[in-house]
Write a protein that binds this ligand. Structure first.
Ligand code: UT7
Length: 328
């Protein structure tokens, strides 16, 4: 049997501070009614004080390592999927490696925005399948609150902070990650972007004045592409693996918008009881949304051995991707 990778531990962490829709309605021209109806989001978590992305990573990772029953020093590789790292350089993964004391691990970040966890899973899975690494820690973590324009109601109500982590190890059996699929279309790069701070627009007083260091989004255009793309993606992923939609035990979608999640579930004819939803509590936590939701369904024992579990995401790039797992 060729090697596969298997998720042997999950963990997550979200900051304590809760910002609910009514808090936002006091500051900007919005309402709980609009946010709930258009997105499904009721509240989000935000970091307080000096709490950083790598701090969130550390707590989620410690939980994942504990659930896998391994020590940080046993790790061969750490990947952090993020678009809101501690600083542009070095990688947040390197900072996490130091905080964990994971001295034997190589470490790097992946930026595929909201699809980052699926991209990271694809890379991690290939390192394990090839026999290169035996113990890989993959974290999806975001501190989106520091990159939001709190005057822009079209974006600031959507995003939140948090982190989720998984440990991957090799397996020779039939269970584990069956397939991963990643895609991108850079022609729509400006649908969701953060234009300032890179080499195209290095930070100046003008880029700050022009509010270029915040997330911008063409929400409605993105919404339409997301619904169309995800419907095809989930059906294609099942087909490749010869699995029927009715055999799917759990769909764990990226948590951007309840209407997008419901449209995908409808296409698969899946009841919402078999769909992981937590955007009401955390908003859109970008690369962290899938691993946080996965950790929740594992801890709530909503998935069991041999279940088919699908992960799917869509985000800036544009990027999208999926994974099918036979759990156990
Ligand atoms: O995670 C990465 C991928 N991201 C996504 O997939 C996000 C995809 N997009 C979406 O989820 C939705 O497009 C949004 C939730 C962002 C927006 O919902 P929408 O139904 O597409 O609304 P819209 O952008 O077409 O705006 C409708 C109206 C506008 O007013 P007018 O022009 O009709 O008068 C907006 O100005 O809603 C207004 N609006 C708001 N009103 C109250 C926009 N934001 C708000 C707000 N509160 N926060």
């Amino acid at each position: 049997m060729p090697l596969k990778s298997r998720i042997t531990g999950t963990g997550s962490y979200t900051p304590e501070t809760i910002l609910d829709n009514s808090d936002l309605a006091k500051k900007i021209d919005t309402s709980d009614k609009w946010i709930t109806a258009r997105t499904g989001i009721r509240q989000r978590r935000v970091v307080k004080g000096s709490e950083t992305n790598s701090d969130l990573c550390l707590k989620a990772s410690e939980n994942a390592l504990q659930s896998a029953g391994i020590k940080a020093k046993e790790l061969d590789l750490i990947i952090v999927a993020t678009m809101s790292g501690d600083q542009p350089m070095p990688s947040t993964a390197a900072i996490l490696q130091n905080k964990l004391g994971a001295k034997s691990a190589a470490a790097f970040d992946i930026n595929a925005a909201c699809s980052g966890f699926i991209y990271g899973l694809t890379v991690a899975d290939n390192f394990v399948k090839s026999g290169s690494y035996k113990k890989v820690l993959l974290v999806g973590a975001e501190v989106n609150s520091k990159f939001l324009d709190w005057k822009d109601r079209a974006t600031c109500v959507l995003f939140g902070d948090g982190a989720g982590a998984v440990v991957l190890e090799p397996t020779g059996g039939k269970k584990g990650i069956l397939s991963t699929h990643i895609y991108s279309d850079g022609s729509m790069w400006d649908f969701i972007c953060l234009p300032g701070g890179g080499s195209n627009h290095p930070p100046t007083s003008k880029t700050i004045r022009d509010r270029m260091h915040y997330i911008k989004m063409k929400g409605n255009e993105t919404f339409k592409v997301a619904v169309r793309t995800l419907e095809k993606l989930v059906l294609d992923t099942l087909k490749v693996n010869n699995v029927k939609p009715s055999e799917l035990a759990m769909l764990i979608p990226h948590q951007a918008n309840m209407r997008i999640i419901a449209a995908t579930a409808k296409r698969l004819k899946l009841p919402m009881s078999r769909v992981a939803v937590n955007l009401d509590k955390y908003g859109n936590t970008s690369a962290a949304s899938i691993p946080i939701a996965l950790d929740e369904v594992v801890r709530e024992k909503r998935i069991k051995k041999d279940d088919y579990v699908m992960l799917e995401a869509f985000g800036s790039g544009l990027t999208w991707g999926s994974a099918l797992i036979k759990w156990g």
